[in-house]
Design a protein around this ligand. Structure first.
Ligand code: GDP
Length: 315
């Protein structure tokens, strides 16, 4: 992949897509196609087709498809699944037909079986039922992985799949309706501080554990595997921090400067009890993350405050 290669980040408006565009620019890649007004609607077959026919991207990072936190998955499973199915079908097929040299598909750790041994190893994929609250979305993510595999087998395409840990960072969705835990808690904690509240409600028991990865580190891992990984077997992209929701909430409170009490609302769902990835394959190839959890929270909080000062980006 040289710095003039035509690189398409499909889903440049997502958390990971935005981090990828920033990181690729920082690394000197100057031919980022479909990154602005020319970005096709990934759910629109004809638009994706026309884009690939005209631009012929050489490298595709497929980070598109709607996603969201536990509440959105419960309320809008059909929307999430359909959007992801359309996106993968359109982009993967067009990448093949218009000769992309390589494609990296970003699946999701929620595609792992709920009861799989932790940390999650790729051998456990499809070995049992997934977490019911995100089953529709997870099924689409599994379909994306399998579609890449099918194109590899039938056409010899260099299409690879990665399973990322829970990511957070700038450009995230900070809303209660569809945000994941870190951005939603950053916003609520910030508001609680501004309003001088004495307590803050955290959903669930606080005991579920998650492995988090900063979006910039995840973007770096994506670029690394695009360059160095060729296998049909998917690869886990983790290496972030494995902590409980309660610990994460306490760190956020500290970084935001909120001194009130944290109250755990057990009427809200916990979701999967534990999610962390076994990323030994990635580490053995020589990659490691560079941002610790506290720094990543501080940077995300700074970005959030900047975005509200500008009056945009809060969904
Ligand atoms: P998951 O990793 O797919 O389960 O998705 P989430 O990021 O939405 O939730 C992770 C965990 O954080 C669950 O146990 C939630 O109950 C808990 N949590 C605590 N507070 C919040 C919050 O404000 N928003 C979200 N989305 N989850 C929260």
């Amino acid at each position: 992949m040289n710095r003039l290669a035509r690189i398409f980040v499909a889903g440049g408006d997502t958390l990971l897509g935005a981090a990828l565009l920033d990181h690729l620019s920082e690394c000197g890649f100057i031919n980022l196609v479909g990154a602005a007004a020319d970005q096709p609607d990934l759910g629109d077959t004809l638009a994706v087709e026309a884009f690939f026919e005209q631009i012929k991207p050489e490298f595709v990072f497929l980070a598109g498809g709607k996603s969201g936190g536990i509440r959105l998955n419960r309320q809008r499973p059909a929307d999430l699944m359909l959007d992801n199915l359309r996106t993968i079908a359109n982009v993967i097929d067009a990448a093949h037909r218009y000769g992309a040299k390589k494609l990296l598909y970003m699946a999701s750790s929620c595609a792992y079986p709920r009861q799989a041994a932790q940390p999650l190893q790729v051998e456990s994929l499809l070995a049992g039922p997934v977490e019911p609250s995100s089953e529709a979305y997870a099924t689409a993510k599994i379909a994306g992985w399998k579609l890449c595999e099918a194109y590899r087998r039938q056409y010899g395409c260099r299409f690879i799949t990665a399973f990322p840990a829970n990511a957070f960072g700038p450009h995230d969705d900070f809303s209660d309706e569809s945000g994941h835990v870190i951005p939603a808690l950053i916003r609520r904690t910030h508001e609680a501080k501004l309003n001088g509240e004495r307590s803050l409600t955290v959903w669930g028991s606080g005991s579920p554990r998650r492995e988090f990865i900063y979006s910039r580190d995840l973007a770096d891992a994506c670029l690394f595997v695009m360059r160095h990984y060729e296998n049909e077997i998917p690869i886990n992209l983790g290496g972030g921090t494995d902590i409980s929701i309660a610990e994460a909430a306490r760190t956020i409170a500290e970084m935001v400067g909120f001194r009130g009490k944290l109250i755990f609302d057990s009427t809200k769902p916990d979701g999967a009890p534990f999610k962390a990835l076994d990323s030994a394959a990635l580490f053995d190839m020589g990659w490691k993350p560079s941002t610790d959890f506290r720094t990543a929270i501080a940077e995300t909080y700074r970005w959030y405050r900047g975005s509200i000062a500008c009056g945009y980006a809060i969904h």
